[in-house]
Design a protein around this ligand. Structure first.
Ligand SMILES: Nc1ncnc2c1ncn2[C@@H]1O[C@H](COP(=O)(O)OP(=O)(O)OP(=O)(O)O)[C@@H](O)[C@H]1O
Ligand SMILES: [Zn+2]
Length: 977
């Protein structure tokens, strides 16, 4: 059966010597040291002659039909001797180095010859189909055998392939001589704890005189790209394993088996391999799950796969997809092992049976991991299919695991899918990808898909704790929680982090984790967020700089801040740290939550900017500063209560800006707060104006009387006492808008009112009600009772200070800033003019007439000192606008056709002009003096007392058409100025 042959191959002497030197470094497989090989090399039968030739005698064993021809020693040649049937003799007598090549596979009949090198017992294994001859002990430890099959451990020195009895091989591998100086699979040697399949390429470096193509490309698979089987395990290394196994051919003892596949890994180093250590490279490798029960957080998948195995209901194409590091590759290997496990128990793979042992030791010939990049070549994929078509060597199934299968070309997919039907039932492809969308639909639909979701933090923590205990690592539970939270559902990431931390040799604590990972602690983060939201600009900037100067990457910081805010908004439920809980309990008001959600928006925008920016630190600082200048656009944010919540003690906070025009001020402090806020904003805005004259002009003549923030747009109402001032302001409106914009951080619409002062005789003469138009704020307006007003000394003072404004001239324009859209809801200019009675038409800017007349939202049922009529908006038109309101002086009612279900407004005859308040959920038309912020009756008197009011003139004869969903509100008194 055995055919020992002797071969001679020409090898340059220098290379030979180098090779031999390397051989000396080979280590003992039983201990992962190469001592045995050193001994072997020491005993190499050197034959030299004067012409610096060197001859080595090797034996190559081919089990089929070898001729036993000896290749003699030749100067400059290395003679490789085939071991033949008398190989033991050969072994004993002649060479000190012998290798046997097992090339025989005829049909289903496979004979394997194994030999332990140098004195170890010769073992042989014979396979007849899937029948394992009981005399067989362990397959394929023949060092040369699986160089061809690219799968198995090889202890090889030189190999001469020309003598292989297979003529096919002869042709293919002619004159190739290789040095295999390693324990382990030379051409694949991937995975845990050996390098991953991607590292297979590095195995090239081990090849000595090799033709690269022949080396890297598997010989048996014709270069199909199959890189290994169970690449995640070290190769067989136990020299005495065979003898152990001999006694117990089908089962290993637990410990041995574990030890076997958990030990050792290889390091490729300049053309040679030296074992790095006896332990796996990382915790991740060491603790790679080896059974379904070890697969954390993937219970459904595990149960389903196990069910398929146990019930024998397996299909030919599986697709494992899901985020990285969630166990797809591990599961595919476990699945492959389970499919071939010989155990009859439910618990499969058992890890004990022959198939399991072979598999986990990385020597299975029926489970292959395929390099999806390499397989893309047409010839390779064909070769793969051809290989798949051959029956399994010893197992029930031939399993091909294709990791990163999204890298397969369409054609490759097509070939694989096409051949699926033709392949036998025993062929199974397990495709793995993190991204299902990148696969052809046909592939997805034909496969059985298994989704591997992100692993829960709690599961990760438990696993980490277990690892720590097994590894004897000291740890703080919170640190593990933290690692789990940072690993984003990836067990691999978590284990990697733990691995890094464990290398420090200290107790695994939070601070260590922060330091190593380069992130900000919760304390620091919340401190920064607090500062940023408190509008303490300088401290915020200082703190942000400190953090970034020390260690933090702006992107990291921004993502941490965003995560933190999300946690707080979510109510700090799961796995939330104590410090976060404390923070969120401090920020419970709706206003705070609005502010936080707006902050989240800013951060997400900034993150995009950061990606493209080189100056990330600056952008981040800008973003942090913006966090304090938030505007809230939601209805809740416009709730006066929210406003009041936020107003106190934070004057400069932009939250103060939210609807400073709100008159729902049961707190008398409100107007004062509001006034101060507006003053402060106005001051800052004017300071930003570059022109000194404009600055002075604005400070002296202008006033910011209202600021309404709605839907991301701030409407600023400015007042000037003189028409000339108005004109001047109009000319500079862009500059003003820009200044305000940079303070408010949002689009600004400017409206300018002419509000003649008492001192201004020219305008004092024309005392008419003034109204201004501004965007609705969706806030409810509740009236104050006159008694309340009476006691409101501030308010009374304020009112008494201000002369009644009777001028009806309106200046109203909007400035389109950026993407601000000015609503198109315009009223007819002539109507406005008409409605204003005897107002000087020229005093109305054309823009006024074309601008939006707003109806301010109000809740149904509100009234203003008994003078207000309220009506609801149509049910089917909540919040809709533009709306049309018709006010008829004659009927003193709203046009019912336009306003269904509206109550008749109680227009006061004496009123000069109806002031429309905003409408959102309900629309209220109030008849009030424009100057009367709170509609006190005294104001009406004053208002009507001028005799120029509409009431006298009878607006009913004229029709006002108001289009638009905003408010018409009296401004001067609003801010209590
Ligand atoms: N579900 C899991 N249970 C236990 N360990 C896991 C799990 N998922 C991943 N790991 C750990 O992470 C390592 C990598 O896992 P694996 O290669 O199976 O992930 P993957 O999903 O295939 O990742 P990728 O898509 O990046 O290839 C394993 O060695 C193991 O230690
Ligand atoms: Zn088993």
């Amino acid at each position: 059966m055995m055919d020992g042959r002797r071969h001679s191959v020409d090898i340059p002497i220098s290379k030979t010597l180098v090779a031999l030197r390397r051989v000396r470094s080979l280590r003992d497989p039983s201990t992962l040291s190469m001592s045995k090989f050193s001994a072997l090399v020491d005993n190499v039968n050197w034959e030299t002659n004067s012409s610096n030739g060197i001859s080595l005698q090797f034996f190559n064993s081919c089990q089929e039909g070898g001729s036993g021809k000896n290749c003699g020693l030749r100067p400059k040649n290395v003679g490789l001797h085939d071991g033949g049937e008398d190989h033991i003799d050969d072994f004993d007598l002649k060479p000190k180095v012998k290798f046997y090549e097992n090339s025989g596979r005829v049909g289903n009949k496979k004979d394997h010859l194994y030999e332990e090198i140098l004195g170890n017992k010769l073992l042989s294994e014979r396979y007849c189909g899937n029948q394992i001859d009981k005399t067989c002990i362990i397959p394929s430890i023949n060092p040369l055998e699986d160089v061809d099959s690219c799968n198995e451990a090889s202890f090889g020195l030189f190999r001469e392939r020309t003598d292989c009895t297979s003529s096919k091989r002869k042709n293919r591998k002619k004159d190739r001589v290789k040095l295999f100086g390693a324990v382990g699979d030379v051409t694949s040697c991937a995975g845990s704890p050996c390098p991953s399949p991607r590292d297979a390429l590095s195995s090239r470096s081990m090849l000595f005189f090799a033709n690269e193509e022949a080396d890297v490309v598997d010989n048996d698979d014709g270069g199909c790209g199959i890189s290994c089987c169970w690449s995640g395990t070290p190769r067989f290394r136990e020299a005495n394993l065979s003898s152990d196994v001999e006694n117990n051919p089908l089962l290993y003892r637990n410990g041995e088996e574990n030890a076997m596949y958990q030990t050792g890994c290889l390091k490729y180093h300049c053309n040679e391999i030296t074992p790095l250590s006896e332990t796996p490279r990382s915790l991740s490798q060491k603790f790679r799950p080896k059974s379904f029960s070890e697969l954390v957080g993937q219970n459904v998948v595990a149960r389903s796969l196990l069910g398929a195995v146990c019930k024998g209901r397996v299909t030919s194409l599986y697709l494992f997809h899901g985020p990285r590091g969630t166990g797809k590759t591990s599961a595919s290997r476990i699945f492959a092992a389970a499919l071939n496990c010989l155990s009859l128990e439910e618990h499969r793979p058992c890890g004990l049976c022959h198939e399991c042992v072979v598999f986990f030791s990385g020597r299975s010939r029926d489970v292959k991991e395929v390099d999806s990049v390499r397989i893309n070549r047409r010839d390779r994929v064909r070769s793969l299919i051809k290989k798949a078509a051959t029956p399994p060597v010893s197992s029930r199934f031939k399993v091909f695991i294709v990791d990163e299968c999204h890298l397969l070309h369409r054609e490759t997919w097509a070939t694989v899918l096409h051949s699926l039907d033709n392949l036998s039932q025993h062929v199974i492809f397990v495709m793995i990808t993190p991204d299902l969308d990148k696969l052809p639909r046909s592939a997805v639909s034909r496969s059985q898909r298994y989704h591997f979701p992100k692993i829960k933090d709690a599961d990760i923590t438990t696993r980490l704790a277990k690892i720590c205990l097994e590894e004897g690592l000291d740890f703080d539970q919170v640190a593990l929680d933290f690692i789990a939270a940072k690993s984003n559902g990836s067990m691999r990431d978590a284990e990697m982090m733990l691995n890094q931390l464990s290398l420090l040799g200290k107790k695994i604590t939070m601070s260590l984790a922060y330091e190593l990972i380069g992130i900000v602690s919760d304390d620091e983060l919340l401190d920064l967020l607090d500062l940023a939201m408190s509008s303490d600009s300088s401290k915020t900037v200082v703190r942000a700089r400190e953090l970034m100067r020390s260690r933090i990457d702006p992107m990291q910081l921004i993502s941490q801040l965003a995560n933190l805010i999300m946690d707080i908004l979510a109510g700090c439920q799961e796995g939330c740290s104590e410090v976060r809980r404390r923070f969120s309990s401090r920020h419970t008001s709706e206003g705070d939550l609005q502010k936080l959600s707006h902050a989240l928006k800013i951060l997400s925008e900034t993150e995009k900017q950061l990606r493209m920016s080189k100056n990330q630190t600056t952008w981040l600082t800008v973003a942090l500063l913006q966090l304090s200048s938030l505007e809230c656009s939601s209805a809740e944010a416009n709730d006066p209560k929210v406003w009041l919540d936020n107003a106190h003690g934070k004057e400069e906070n932009l939250k103060h800006l939210v609807n400073c025009s709100c008159e729902d001020n049961k707190s008398h402090k409100f107007p004062e707060d509001c006034r101060r806020t507006l003053e402060s904003i106005w001051k800052r805005a004017t300071e930003l104006c570059q022109s000194t004259s404009l600055k002075n002009f604005l400070i002296e003549r202008g006033k910011l009387t209202s600021l309404t923030v709605s839907q991301g747009v701030a409407v600023a109402v400015l007042e000037f006492c003189h028409l000339d001032c108005v004109s001047k302001a109009e000319k500079s409106q862009k500059l003003i808008a820009n200044s305000l914009q940079s303070i408010l951080g949002c689009n600004v619409e400017i409206r300018i009112n002419l509000v003649p002062c008492a001192s201004n005789s020219r305008y004092a003469k024309v005392k008419r009600a003034s109204f201004s138009l501004f965007s609705c704020s969706r806030r409810t307006h509740k009236s104050q009772s006159s008694t309340e007003r009476g006691t409101d000394s501030d308010y009374s003072d304020h009112m008494s200070e201000r002369p009644m404004i009777t001028d009806r001239s309106i200046r109203h324009f909007s400035h389109d800033c950026g993407n601000l859209q000015t609503p198109n809801n315009c009223c007819d200019r002539s109507d406005v003019v008409k409605s204003l009675g005897n107002v000087d038409e020229n005093a109305l800017s054309t823009r006024t007439a074309s601008s939006q007349l707003s109806l301010e939202d109000n809740t149904h049922g509100d009234n203003y000192g008994g003078q207000v009529s309220t009506f609801q908006e149509p049910e089917n038109q909540p919040n809709c606008f533009p709306r049309t309101f018709r006010l008829r002086r004659k009927s003193r009612s709203l046009d019912a056709s336009q306003m269904p279900r509206c109550a008749e407004p109680q227009l006061d005859n004496k009123l000069a002009l109806p002031t429309m308040r905003r409408a959102s959920f309900g629309t209220t038309v109030t008849t009030t003096n424009s100057n009367a912020f709170c509609n006190s009756s005294s104001n009406y008197t004053n208002s009507s007392g001028d005799g120029n009011g509409l009431g006298d003139r009878g607006i009913g004869e004229k029709t006002q058409t108001w289009l638009g969903g905003c408010c018409l509100a009296p401004l001067p008194s609003k801010m209590g100025i």
